[in-house]
Design a protein. Sequence first.
Length: 143
Amino acid sequence: MRRWNGWGDDSFSLGLPRSGENFLATRIEHSSAPQDVTLASVCAKVPQSRLGKERPAGIELTTDAETRVRHARGQSLPDWLAMRSGQIDCFPDAVAFPRSSSEVRELLAFASANSLHLISYGGGTSRSGAHQPPGSWSSRYHR
């Protein structure tokens, strides 16, 4: 499974070799690594979804905290830093998984009728920060 706060598989970890640590120490001098937070601690900070009870018919849509966390950021360096430190300032209210172009049209119509904003996620790389809503912490670092 994809890491929730970075690239790669959760079951694999590769530490920084001592030569890499020495290289960085000569260029950065003294520094301390930020504390990594757990997925559970970030999920605990996710506010309740503002999405009402009405849902588009037949479209897989979820409001659970973990899915919303996993779709709150992309895979750019500012995204990784925010995820690893737990400094995420906004979460999607729901994540939809349309399976066809007709479901996408239905989702767009539902959003329009209910004055909702949709942000496409795709593969989630978001190197440009395009999936971040305007005014969010990360949108300031992707301009």
